[in-house]
Design a protein around this ligand. Structure first.
Ligand code: GLC
Length: 558
């Protein structure tokens, strides 16, 4: 495979509202990111993906864009963005912007025009259809709950597969596509390093817009209607040719549901994108289920199930191209809460999860706060939530028979807001995030879990992440841990997730104990040197490795 700069990069995801507030209005901003670039450089980051900062009514916190060319005043100005790109560049960091191309905001001028005049050109930039007998045009269910259609009062409905204020864009219209490509090129010309591409898998809809077999609520999910729908490749190829191909940029797609047989089209040589996120193993708990009954608690899935999904993903992607590896993002609860029982949260489990995913084959993404070992936030009342999908689900689960108390509990556990709480910079007021009133609750764990403290200690989760970054960058190990191949191993142990990374005859074994007891593993390898472990010592005697609870061991083997 041809080698690219982004294959050896370490990426970091910033949720800008919650990263650092430079002007005391309670909301994080671009100048706040500039102020914290040294922190990212210290951690060893090469690429920073910033969730949307474009002008937006913020109904879905920036994933509803009303002007693709303008930075939202809450986040700063276009000049701030220029400065961020330049300041990051000085530190060897590239800025990756979020591209939201499946939908815009209902406050975008295109949509306003389309509402005012059904015959105008922009009306065809969207999906407007007549309803039938007072019903929506079809029975598709929105991802955020309820019908995917909203009436506009003149007999027409428009399609929104996410929130009501996020009308879907009609990619069949060539003028619309051209307008989007022009916008992408505008940002490329500004010097961004690439894009994370939101919800791109949905841009092609079944052209008949036919209803599907109804589920209990009379509606149907969108998988068959507009996820990786045949013909999407033509749009994606055209987009790549007219935009990304002009620059040596990195593109990472949010594209759940692509079967592995088609990964070559998406991330092959060339693919539509540099890499994409695979949602299988990160959604083992089924976080996007339309019903709360769809959530699986820890214990309702097993480590071997998780491991099978993870290794299937790794070995399938290895056949054709490159992947993005991650455990957390702004749409998930914290990884400790997804994968580890509450009573076991701590340094060992946080660093075991870190080792497990960070040395996989692919570009690793750290989500802000993950490098500190953050857990979910305790939620005391529904008023504390901000996220549109959490609020929708809170209503939904009560309609399904939950009491308000139960609803708060179940929704709180899986809420996206868990990942969106302000970043804990220190143990001072508001965790050092803002001098004003934070837009979202600060996770009370900041007293113990914060960047200032962790940076000082060499036994912190942060310090451990730096060691992982160093291993990936050290010329002595970066070969196998970068471009190298992956081979799953030690599959007989149900609480072990282990693999070997190899290049040019050099082999690195990564063993992760996904359990709270003590586990003995007979190693069929000759261990030459232990490179890293999250315990004070590694116990290997007579070819047997004795692993402590959630211990990880990385070793050079013969
Ligand atoms: C993606 C984003 C999510 C957003 C949705 C709609 O899934 O990651 O945060 O709500 O798209 O744009």
């Amino acid at each position: 495979m041809e080698r690219k700069w982004w294959q050896n990069a370490i990426a970091y995801q910033i949720y800008p509202r919650s990263f650092y507030d430079s002007n005391g209005d309670g909301v994080g901003d671009i100048r706040g990111i500039i102020e914290k670039l040294d922190y990212l450089q210290d951690l060893g980051i090469d690429v920073v993906w910033i969730c949307p900062v474009y002008q937006s009514p913020m109904d879905d916190n920036g994933y509803d864009i009303s002007d693709y060319y303008k930075i939202d005043p809450q986040f700063g100005t276009n000049e701030d963005m220029d400065e961020l790109i330049a300041e990051a560049k000085k530190r060897g960091i590239k800025i990756v912007m979020d591209l939201v191309l499946n939908h815009c905001s209902d406050e975008h001028p295109w949509f306003k025009k389309a509402l005012a005049d059904p015959t105008c050109e922009e009306a065809d930039y969207f999906f407007f259809r007549k309803g039938e007998n007072g019903n929506p045009p079809n029975n598709w269910r929105s991802m955020f709950g309820g019908s995917a259609w909203e009436p506009v009062g003149d007999g027409r409905y428009y399609m929104h597969i996410f929130g009501k204020k996020q009308p879907d864009l009609n990619w069949e219209n060539p003028k619309l596509r051209k307008a989007l490509y022009d916008m992408i090129n505008y940002w490329l010309d500004k010097g961004v390093g690439g894009f994370r591409i939101d919800a791109i898998i949905h841009i092609k809809k079944d052209p008949t817009l036919a209803s599907r077999a109804p589920e209990a609520d009379g509606m149907c999910g969108l998988v068959e209607c507009c996820r990786n729908y045949p013909g999407i490749g033509e749009f994606l190829t055209e987009m790549r040719e007219q935009t990304f191909d002009r620059a040596d940029c990195m593109t990472v797609a949010e594209a759940p549901g692509v079967p592995y047989e088609q990964y070559g089209d998406y991330v092959g040589q060339p693919g539509y994108f540099s890499m994409m996120f695979d949602f299988t193993y990160t959604e083992i708990y089924a976080g996007w289920a339309s019903s709360w009954k769809g959530y699986k608690k820890i214990g309702e899935w097993t480590v071997p199930e998780f491991r099978d999904m993870l290794f299937r993903s790794q070995t399938e992607i290895q056949k054709v191209g490159w992947g993005a590896v991650y455990l957390e993002n702004h749409d998930y609860p914290r990884s400790l809460d997804k994968y580890i029982p509450d009573e076991d949260h701590g340094f060992a489990s946080a660093t075991m999860l870190a080792t497990l995913y960070f040395l996989l084959r692919g570009t690793p993404f750290i989500y802000q706060g993950q490098e500190l070992g953050m857990s979910n936030c305790p939620w005391d009342s529904v008023e504390e939530f901000n996220d549109i999908s959490t609020l929708n689900q809170y209503q939904l689960v009560q309609r399904e028979g939950c009491t308000p108390e139960e609803a708060l509990k179940v929704v709180g556990k899986y809420s996206r807001d868990n990942a969106r709480t302000p970043f804990p910079w220190n143990s001072g007021k508001n965790a050092g995030f803002t001098t004003g009133k934070p837009w979202l609750k600060v996770n009370p764990s900041y007293v113990a879990i914060n960047a200032e403290d962790e940076k000082k200690r060499d036994d912190s989760v942060y310090a451990y992440y730096k060691k992982l970054v160093a291993l990936r960058k050290d010329p002595a190990t970066s070969g196998p841990l970068g471009y190298g191949t992956i081979t799953p191993c030690l599959l007989d142990y149900d609480d072990v997730v282990a693999y070997i990374r190899s290049e040019d005859g050099q082999n690195i074994l990564v063993v992760n104990h996904f359990g709270s007891g003590v586990r003995k593993v007979t190693l069929p390898y000759d261990v030459q040197q232990v490179l890293l472990t999250n315990y004070p010592a590694t116990n290997i005697a007579g070819g047997v490795l004795t692993l402590q609870p959630y211990q990880s061991v990385v070793a050079q083997i013969g």
